[in-house]
Write a protein that binds this ligand. Structure first.
Ligand SMILES: Cc1cc2nc3c(=O)[nH]c(=O)nc-3n(C[C@H](O)[C@H](O)[C@H](O)COP(=O)(O)OP(=O)(O)OC[C@H]3O[C@@H](n4cnc5c(N)ncnc54)[C@H](O)[C@@H]3O)c2cc1C
Length: 305
């Protein structure tokens, strides 16, 4: 049976250049359990009507979910989400294996890859390069571009510094090196205070980085969740948001609505400032995507589109 979707994805760089409006993207992850798979299916079906411009699928830190990245990618395409951008990391792979994975991604018609080093494997506090492997996203950008020059690559940026940051200037120089090596756009780590994003974009410009910087946002769905995630990735949890979430107490819906509303306000502000897009870390759920829909509705009602 021939597939009903176009075989070759359009590069996201082309979308960014030609669409003439901010793009909307969602990040999915391969679930580990059947329950998780059902939740993913429900999200995939439930979000169809929101028409994201592209979607991405993360690459597991190790183990079985890695093979699922492309399978979930195919599933998303069957539901007519396109383009789908698989993530790829260097963790645990030799360069030869990465060549094979790159070839398979290319053969399957994907043309966009979120290009990452990956976190240190469980039990290690520092990244471990396997023998014959790569030790940075920069090296992976080089490998992928050499193998398939028509890949469009996104790379990660850290407005509040990566936990392994060597300082602001080395970080910027390194990010510029990733772009100079061929990355077409940057997607940021999540942030909850837009001021840090605006500063980061200014710093990128000053460093000579002129590719689009897509803001990555994640609505707080519970106090525990957002405290855990921000402490892991080094993003600041604004005191005002924390206070508001605490006020919700045991009322889970109230807490979630507070988190979504905060994110909605972030999106309205970002769109007003003319960002190239909004990337939502939706955690395979429908609710986080509501923040964008609410922001759009608010802007339409107040004539700010
Ligand atoms: C948008 C996004 C998507 C992600 N998706 C995934 C995923 O699918 N799977 C997953 O496992 N993880 C994912 N991550 C997490 C990511 O793998 C981790 O943050 C990881 O620790 C770093 O990966 P990186 O590609 O940013 O690494 P790199 O860009 O190689 O480096 C990370 C940081 O290290 C420092 N650094 C490294 N080399 C140098 C150098 N030569 N000079 C100066 N500084 C240097 C810099 O501070 C740099 O920002 C994602 C993160 C983001 C923001």
């Amino acid at each position: 049976m021939s597939p009903s979707f176009p075989l070759i994805d359009i590069p996201i760089s082309e979308l960014l250049a030609s669409t003439g409006r901010p793009l909307l993207s969602y990040e999915f992850f391969p679930p580990k359990t059947e329950k998780g798979m059902n939740a993913l299916q429900a999200a995939i079906e439930g979000l169809l009507d929101t028409h994201p411009d592209f979607v991405t699928v993360t690459y597991g830190a190790g183990g079985s979910t890695r093979d699922q990245t492309l399978e979930i990618g195919e599933l998303l395409r069957r539901f007519r989400y396109q383009p789908v951008m698989p993530h790829l990391t260097c963790v645990g792979h030799t360069a030869e294996e990465l060549h094979d994975i790159a070839d398979r991604i290319h053969e399957d018609g994907f043309r966009n890859i979120m290009t990452l080093r990956g976190d240190p494997p469980k039990g290690h506090d520092r990244f471990v390069t396997v023998e014959g492997g790569l030790s940075s996203a920069l090296e992976l950008v080089h490998l992928l571009k050499n193998r398939h020059p028509d890949f469009c690559l996104g790379v990660a940026g850290y407005p509040e510094a990566h936990p392994e940051s060597r300082g602001k200037q080395p970080d910027m120089d390194y990010l510029k090196a990733k772009v100079d090596a061929g990355a077409s756009f940057i997607t940021t780590q999540l942030f909850l205070d837009n001021a840090v994003y605006y500063r980061f974009v200014e710093d990128c410009e000053a460093a000579g980085i002129h590719v689009p910087v897509l803001p990555g946002l994640m609505p707080a769905l519970s106090l525990d969740q957002i405290r855990r995630i921000t402490s892991m990735c080094g993003a600041v949890l604004p005191a005002e948001l924390e206070r508001k979430l605490e006020k919700g107490g045991e009322d889970k819906d109230a807490v979630m609505n507070t988190g979504i509303l905060w994110c909605t306000e972030q999106i309205v502000d970002l769109l007003k400032q003319g960002v190239p897009g909004i990337h939502l870390y939706i955690l395979n759920q429908i609710k986080p995507a509501m923040a964008y829909q609410l922001a759009k509705t608010f802007m339409e009602m107040t004539d700010q589109v």
